[in-house]
Design a protein around this ligand. Structure first.
Ligand code: MRU
Length: 351
């Protein structure tokens, strides 16, 4: 199944908190539950939370008791606010919610029933487009991968982080499907371990060779010539090419540059936020201490003393000077990014 999908009257999502031990699908019929599922990371990954929020808006339209269009629009605004607050960094969430609001603003949808129907269809379109966009992105990105390459990958950017197929992992998957012999070094991605828990699960199912490494080992593998390419996803890209992605990405980019290794974020254009001039304006989500200190040793003991101070920023910003290029569904953007990203967003294909 898809990571996020509509079943006619509710949204179904793979519960990513339980993988790889258990494969459980949750069903939601209340947009407030969807917002909570995004916040607690039942569903995660920028494009996947965008699609989930889109269906959340469709649910809000179905749930609303409004008898007329103005009241339904007010209910949708309230839902939009709640959904957008669920997680701040990935711009796909606000992008999807705004797209639904824009659809709702179409005055030709003059009855509540027409409006409801149109919103369900628009949310479904977002989900369907995501799969098609990732496949196109995969084909562009795969041109960067040579037979025999070893690729370093951070977090999870696969089918689970999207509606299906994946972004950076979609690129890797395309190269594998093209018959290239590749190997993936998978960062475990502390604190939530999306690499260890989710990326290895996906690669195993796809039959793509990989090795899991501790985050702290990435520099060693790069310095000793064991990495040809670094591929990551992103949660928001500013107009100048600064990239917000899972915490730890910045360190990878700096060490990649130091060792002459190309570093490419892979993103759908819905992740590019041209309204922000630089990455300094991207809001960085701070998550709870429990994610950092909640792990237990194999014999069930705490990994840190109780009650200690903890900081847990979930994302960091990589300045664009460390970014070799940005892979999108419309081609690969290269510096100067302020020009090339604009072209990608406008849908101009790579020359
Ligand atoms: O906190 P998460 O797991 O939602 O963070 C996800 C990431 O940082 C991904 O790398 C990013 O969203 C790109 S996913 C296609």
């Amino acid at each position: 199944m898809r990571t996020v999908e509509w079943d006619g009257s509710g949204v179904r999502m793979i519960d990513q908190r339980l993988l790889p031990a258990d494969f459980v699908v949750n069903r939601y019929t209340d947009y407030r539950e969807v917002a909570e599922a995004i916040r607690t990371m039942v569903v995660r990954g920028a494009p996947a939370i965008g699609a989930a929020a889109g269906f959340g808006m469709a649910l809000a339209a179905l749930q609303s008791q409004a008898r007329d269009r103005p009241q339904l629009l007010r209910d949708l605004e309230e839902a939009a606010q709640r959904l957008k607050e669920a997680r701040p960094t990935a711009v796909n969430l606000a992008w999807a919610v705004d797209r639904l609001l824009q659809r709702a603003a179409d005055e030709s949808l003059d009855t509540v029933d027409r409006l409801r129907q149109a919103l369900v269809e628009e949310a479904q379109r977002i989900a369907d487009e995501d799969v098609e966009v990732n496949q196109r992105l995969g084909r562009h990105g795969a041109t960067l991968i040579r037979d025999g390459d070893t690729i370093l990958h951070h977090c999870n950017t696969g089918a689970l982080a999207t509606v299906d197929y994946g972004t950076a992992l979609g690129v890797i998957r395309t190269a594998h499907e093209q018959g290239k012999r590749i190997h993936v070094l998978v960062d475990e991605t502390r604190p939530r371990l999306q690499g260890a828990r989710l990326t290895t699960w996906e690669l195993q199912r796809l039959g793509i060779p990989f090795t899991l490494i501790a985050d702290n080992a990435a520099g060693h593998f790069m310095r000793t010539g064991q990495v040809d390419l670094v591929l990551v996803g992103a949660d928001r890209v500013a107009a100048n090419g600064d990239v917000a992605n899972k915490i730890g990405t910045y360190k990878l980019a700096v060490v990649a540059r130091e060792n002459g290794i190309p570093f490419y974020p892979c993103v759908p254009t819905s992740t590019i936020d041209l309204s922000l001039a630089t990455g300094d304006e991207i809001p960085i989500e701070e998550r709870g201490a429990e994610e950092v200190v909640g792990l237990r040793t194999a014999d069930g003991r705490p990994i840190a003393p109780e009650g200690i101070p903890v900081a847990n920023p979930a994302f960091d910003v990589t300045p664009h000077r460390y970014v070799t290029g940005i892979v999108t569904e419309n081609g690969i953007a290269y510096p100067p990014f302020d020009l090339s990203l604009r072209r990608m967003v406008l849908g101009e294909q790579e020359a």
